[in-house]
Design a protein around this ligand. Structure first.
Ligand SMILES: NC(=O)c1ccc[n+]([C@@H]2O[C@H](COP(=O)([O-])OP(=O)(O)OC[C@H]3O[C@@H](n4cnc5c(N)ncnc54)[C@H](OP(=O)(O)O)[C@@H]3O)[C@@H](O)[C@H]2O)c1
Length: 232
């Protein structure tokens, strides 16, 4: 089902050749090249908001700010603030307020449930707390994306991890994916992959159309669009 009002959403992630987004210790993914980092920064520069799961924030402790002068100029020319809004998705709200993320010069929003919102009610850290809970106690993507669109988030870059991306795909909230395939094999039964969750049966799995494949040095930059079938 197509949502009447929601941001255009691009998933941006680097994967190992075997589709992992981190090693089995869930370490921060540092296997992408400088070209991949620039690609990620360029995608972030296109966005009004970047969205990531609390697991990703717990792994990194920080988020990626735009620092490239050309990208900052580009945003200024488009009348956009220097940094997009960094939206953390957490059902629990259980995020350590001491991590460096809270000292970074960026706008921070929290997307959460009633319990999560309660955790942050008397604490600084987030400029805005968006509460959107579904019947199972998770974030209701339909409601959350409508709220984000209403608040001026026309373009979202979803930066992972696998749990967050699974939820977005299940809720039909993804328009395109920009995946960098990196020359490393991580393996591991428990190492996170691009899409976690319960998985899709093949018959109803999201289908993609390849828009572009670009090779830079040892990495392949893939750009896929989600195929949507419109029914009369
Ligand atoms: N290779 C890359 O480009 C890349 C990019 C990003 C991350 N990573 C790696 O990915 C790993 C983290 O991925 P992950 O799948 O474990 O975690 P994740 O998706 O980043 O975060 C999972 C957490 O986000 C919250 N969440 C996700 N979906 C939710 C929903 N629908 N409703 C409410 N809350 C929701 C929950 O937070 P609470 O537990 O607080 O409720 C959940 O536990 C790390 O190892 C990181 O290094 C790699």
């Amino acid at each position: 089902m197509l949502h009447p009002l929601r941001p255009f959403t691009t998933v941006v992630l680097a994967v190992s050749l075997d589709g992992k987004i981190a090693d089995r210790q869930r370490s921060p993914a540092r296997f992408g090249s400088a070209a991949d980092k620039h690609h990620l920064e360029a995608q972030i520069a296109q966005a009004d908001a970047v969205l990531f799961g609390a697991g990703t924030l717990r792994a990194y402790g920080t988020t990626l700010r735009i620092s490239h002068p050309e990208l900052l100029q580009q945003r200024q020319a488009q009348n956009k603030p220097p940094q997009p809004i960094h939206v953390v998705c957490s059902a629990s709200g259980n995020i350590n307020p001491q991590i460096a993320f809270f000292r970074q010069a960026i706008p921070r929003w929290l997307l959460t449930t009633a319990i999560g919102a309660q955790q942050w009610a008397d604490q600084d850290g987030f400029e805005r707390i968006i509460e959107a809970e579904d019947a199972s106690g998770l974030v209701d993507w339909f409601a959350a994306f409508q709220t984000l669109a209403t608040l001026g988030c026309d373009r979202i870059a979803a930066l992972g991890g696998g749990e967050l991306i699974a939820g977005l795909l299940t809720a039909d909230c993804v328009d395109e994916l920009r995946i960098t395939v990196c020359p490393i094999i991580l393996g591991g039964r428990t190492a996170p992959t691009l899409v976690a969750g319960e998985g899709f049966l093949e018959a109803i799995a999201p289908r993609l159309e390849l828009i572009e494949a670009q090779t830079i040095d040892q990495e392949v930059f893939l750009h896929y669009r989600i195929i949507r079938h419109s029914f009369p």
